[in-house]
Design a protein around this ligand. Sequence first.
Ligand SMILES: [Ca+2]
Ligand SMILES: [Ca+2]
Length: 406
Amino acid sequence: MKKTKTYKLWGAVKGTAVAVALGYFLVMPKDLKGQVAPFTLDPFSQPDIQITEGRLPTDYYGSGDADSSGFVDFEDYNAMVGGIQNDRADVDGDGVPSTQNDQNILWEYVFGNRDGLPSHWNHLNGIEKRDWAKKMIEIDQTDTNPYISGEYDCGWFAKEFFVNSHGAENVENYLHYGKFVNPRNARFNIPVQRGFTKITSGVPGSDPPGHRINAVLVGPNDTTKYQADPTNFDHWYFFEPQTDEEVHPGDFSMNANEDVKIKWWGYANGFFTDIILIDFSLEDGQVSGINAVEPYMLTEDPNSPTSVVEENSLEKSVKNFEVGNPYPNPGNGFVNIPYKNNRFGKVTFEIYDMQGQLVDRINKNDIGPGENNFKYDFGKFASGIYTVVGTAIDGSIGAVRVIHLK
Ligand SMILES: [Ca+2]
Ligand SMILES: [Ca+2]
């Protein structure tokens, strides 16, 4: 049973959302801001995002940390002048580390003459994102993997590229992880997703076979930043991991009259999970319908400081206000949500349902600084995932999600 509603989330996202069967949501892949969630599958790392996988935060392609110190500085420039060869030293993404151009870019960056590096995905504009994505697709070797019918087919190509680019925190637990040919978790550190399509050829009159490709949200094809809209089909870069080619409606890999779905994939807490984030319906290659199931996970970049919660709020939330892990979670009635704030005053908690609609607002007055607990009864609500957003007196925000099962 599908239900279409207008959703609004933090005033930042508007569109059409579809609530699907609860079963899709029993395992949550990640939370809104990587703060707290039952499971976190996202090692996607950028200069303002902490990697959570246990590696150096600079351990990704083109990071500039040529000497593996964990930060980027003049010593990396020296290492590159010395000709060091590794992923991190290929700053311009041309496949060759430590060239003169790599050295020049790093020099400018280290001395503050450029804002970021070509690998700093969150801060690239739409043209730069397309450019960097194409370079990483070219460098990745998944396209050279042998296709083995029934054993290593389109789904595995797309999964392996997902792991190599986006990455997954507990990748060793992925279902049949051993079937990957040459995985390198989060090597490229760009938020590639999996795309589900149907192929264009097939027996006329019959249902065309399903197909798996990859997709990455790159935004408008211009120099604007932070304008990526996951509900805009043209803001996605679709590509075929078996050939590295860009994919458009009508190509073999994308039937122009079938749905194109973006899905999240992961393995957590004993569950293999496969979640539709967004579903485009195509007719003659044009988008005829959009089901934005979990669009907030895709607004801008999932971890971008500019998405959903403003950058400043995020920074403040770390310093002045934090919302901790709910317990029990999943729960079936009262749930405790610990929180910390650094100053005296009112704290407001807002509860949003799966459609992003506000269902309750609780004001806690005169909360003292330190550790506190917000106890809330979800028993009056239907089963589902609820987002609890706490706001401190200074506007700092913290958000967690609660799975409520009756
Ligand atoms: Ca370094
Ligand atoms: Ca290079």
